[in-house]
Each structure stands twice: as structure tokens, then as C-alpha cells.
Design a binder for this molecule. Sequence first.
Ligand code: PEP
Ligand code: MG
Length: 540
Amino acid sequence: MIQGTGRPVFSGVAIGRAYIYKKEQASLPTSCGDAAVEQQKFEEAKAAAVEQLQALVEETTERLGEEQAMILDVQMMMLDDLDYLESIEAMIKNGASAAEAVKETGDTFSAAFAAMDDAYMQARAVDVKDVSSRVVTILCGGKVGFSMEEPGILVAEDLTPSETVQMPKDKILAFVTRQGSSNSHTAILARIMGLPALVKTQINVDDDIDGKLMIVDGFEGTYYIDPDEETVAAMKEKQRNAQEYQRELETYRGKESVTKNGQKIKLYANIGNPSDVEHVLKGDAEGVGLLRSEFLYLGREDYPTEDELFEAYRKVVEGLEGRPLVIRTLDIGADKQADYFELDKEENPALGLRGIRICIRRPKVFRTQMRAIYRASALGPVGVMFPMIASVWEVRKVREMCEEIRREMQEEGIAIGSVEHGIMVETPAAAVISEQLAKEVDFFSVGTNDLTQYTLAVDRQNPNLEEFYDAHHPALLELLRMVAANAHKAGIWCGICGELGADLSMTETFLEMGYDELSVSPTRVLELRKKVCESEVTSK
Ligand code: PEP
Ligand code: MG
């Protein structure tokens, strides 16, 4: 039995087979010396790649629509392209290994596509690179993407948010990464999905652990590979206890979130994708206080269209059956990167072009998204909020842009509901000037994840600084108090949508501060309601 530890991101116990997720390896295997054998290896890897792509086409069509799935069709066609195949064959004959030949051919073809004048052909540069890297990874013994046959525990060196959104959620029981921080978006996604997860573990992703029985204990931050019988029995017992606790929480389903003194608070959920509505209903959240809309922009090759965005929002509004929804406009940048935005490389991306700054610089991108949000608002209660606000002029600017979009849509005869416009308070500047900002908007939602990182000057992504990332720091609490007081002075509501909102040791403090709403991972709502109902505080 191998045993190790890591930082727990979400509690729970998972038992299943380990599934190693590998990105392309840095050093490729060299030729065995026999060109025929290498050619045969290539043929087999190609067939396996086609099989993976076919499965992915089906999955993608279902999740993201046919348009996205077509990209994968193009990739399959490339594996039949004669020039491409001849190039690989010639290199193998010249002494290259199958993996080297595919990598080299992929790079050469990709560079050639990128240099073409035609925009369509240029876009194929990414496809040829992608499909070649799939074949190379297969040749290196790894798997590409998340074509898991049966539910298992995903083990990876690290996972980016864009990889995490592409995970087949129904197949993943837990995930364990060697790197990663518990404040990252990947960790947040694990909480939304209710997956036991550990980051910053000692696990060796190169170990021969693929397919072995594994246990993740998200309560203790421990994992076991090839566990002995005693450990399996103890963990099953822990699993049963966790289920028992869940059953106890179920008694709070449908109850009002109100303290013993009668102070009410709204308990909403944070989500990233339309499919998360299922978790909202399961978790009994009273609405969605944060839809991180940028996740709809990740894991794609190009910008989503207005119709695609509208479809996604429509699904959420309809799925929520009358519960309110707050859509945050895209917060791309920092750790959430999409290549097609072609953002410059930055020294300090967390302080760079991200959030509302991108929307102000790229009004077309903002307009497409706002039109989709306004269209969705005709179908149910929808609010919108803007991320990374630091100044009053930014709010005035985006509200002006919104007004123009609204007017244009009204002229086109498009129905729009009554939309509340709010801002995220996640920069110290916004908290400090919250008295002025409150006059410009309908609500505040405090993003404690970023507010902590910017107030304390501690990178939330850096796993080596977690002891300094103190979300209970007095400076942060002072800002939180100020924001709530300024919101109420101006007669607007305020909530918290950062991870701190789910911290049960803070619930009474937030009630005392007078927060009107806490928006948390859907899996945390029932225990938070229990805490609220057991509290006996009143706001000062
Ligand atoms: C936050 O910063 O607290 C927040 C909710 O936004 P995100 O985690 O997406 O940056
Ligand atoms: Mg934030």
C-alpha cells in the first residue's frame, strides 16, 4: 500500500481505480531500430486516436453542440491526410521513432498552416498540433483528454481550469494533483461538483499506478494506492458516516434560511456551467449568486456566439424554475486563459488585463455577451455583475455601454427583463470607495478570493504561500464590514460570493455585519443553512 497526503479541497471519501491524466511527455521514445515496427506502432496509435476522437465527438455534441464537435471531425480527417501520412512514413524510414515522426510532422504542418493567408487555414494550425499531440501521447503510453471508460479517480500533475471544465463529470469520483492550490479555480470547480479532491500531494504521476485501486480521503487529506483490507474497511465506514451526515442535512431542505432571532439571509450557489444547475437543485440553493460565465469561453477554439451564450443562459434560467440568477460577465485573464483571446504574455497576469478591463478594451466581446444576458433576462429573473472593478469611472463606462446595447436591442424589438446591475467587490480599491460605488449600482457581491489576494499581496495560485493567504485577516474583515455598511447606507443589497462565504466559522460574523446573501458551492448550502438556523445573532 502506498500512502500520501495533500491539501484537501473538498471533503468526502472516494474509492475507485486510479486514472492517470498525462499531458504530452517532454522526451520522446527513440526508434527501436526497425522502421516496420515503428510504422506499425504509428498505425495502432492512429487507430486509438480515431477511437478516442469518435467518443469525444459524441460527448462534445451533447455538451457543447455540433459546431464545437466539428473541430474534432476536422482532426479525424487530418489523420487521413495523404501528405501528413507520407511525411510520417518518410521520417520513420529515415530512422525516427513513430512518436518523433508524428511530433515533427505535426509541428511542421502546424507552422505551414499558421503562415497561410486564409483565416480558415490558419485556424487549422491548432488542430493539426492537437491531433498530433494526441497520437504522440498515445505512443508515449499516456491517455489524452478524459476519455474514461468507467468512473475512477483522476490523478494528474496539475489541472488548468480549462482542463477541469472538460472533465467527464459523471465519470470522476475524485481528483488528486501533485501541484495546485486550494484557492485556484480548479479547486473551486471540485467544490461545485462535490468531488473529494486533494492538491499539492506527493503523488508520483509517473508511477505505475494507472488502473490500481485507490482511496481519496478528502476529510483528512490522505490518499492510498493498493490499500490493504483494513484501510478499505475503515474508509468504507467513513463513507457511511458521511452519508449519514448528509441525510441529517437533508432535514434542512426546503427550510427558510433564518436565524433564531428571525434574521433572514439568502443562500445562493456559485456555478460555472449550465450543467451545474443540477447541483443547485440537489443542493437546495435558493438561486445562483455567481455564474462564472468565463467557463463558457474556456476549452474552445473561438469566441462563443451570441446565440450560443443565450442558449447556455436560457438553460440555466429555465433550469432554475424562477429562482434568481446573477451572471458575472466574463472574467478571462490571470489563470483563466483562452488562446483565441490572444492576450499578451504578462509579468503579473493577476494584475494584468483581466475581467472588466478586457470588456472595456474589447467592446465587441462585451456587447455579444450583454446581448445574450439581456435576451435571457426576458425568460426569468436575471441580474448581471461586473468583475475586477477598481474605479467609479469603470462602472460608469460599462453602464453606459450597457445602456447603448439595451437601446439597440429595444430598437430591434427584442424583449428584455428588468435586470439588476451589480459589481464584484474584489479589489481593495473597490472596498475602500464602496460608499461612492454603492450610488452607481443595484448590488455588491464581495469576491473574497481575490480581495484576500490583493489585500494581503499573496498570490492565490501559489501553493507555497497558503499559510500567508489568511482570509480571516483583520484587514479583510474590516473591508467586509465597510462594504456591507456602505451598501446598506445607499439602500442596496450586498452578498459574498468568494469561498469564505461557506466558512462556517464566519457565518455569525457575516450575519452580524448584515450581509443579505451568501453564494457558495451548491454542495455547501444545506450545512450553511443548518448553521444559520442554529445561530442566534442579529446584525448591528
Ligand atoms: C472571488 O474573487 O472571490 C470570486 C468569487 O471570483 P473568482 O474566484 O472567480 O476570481
Ligand atoms: Mg475574483
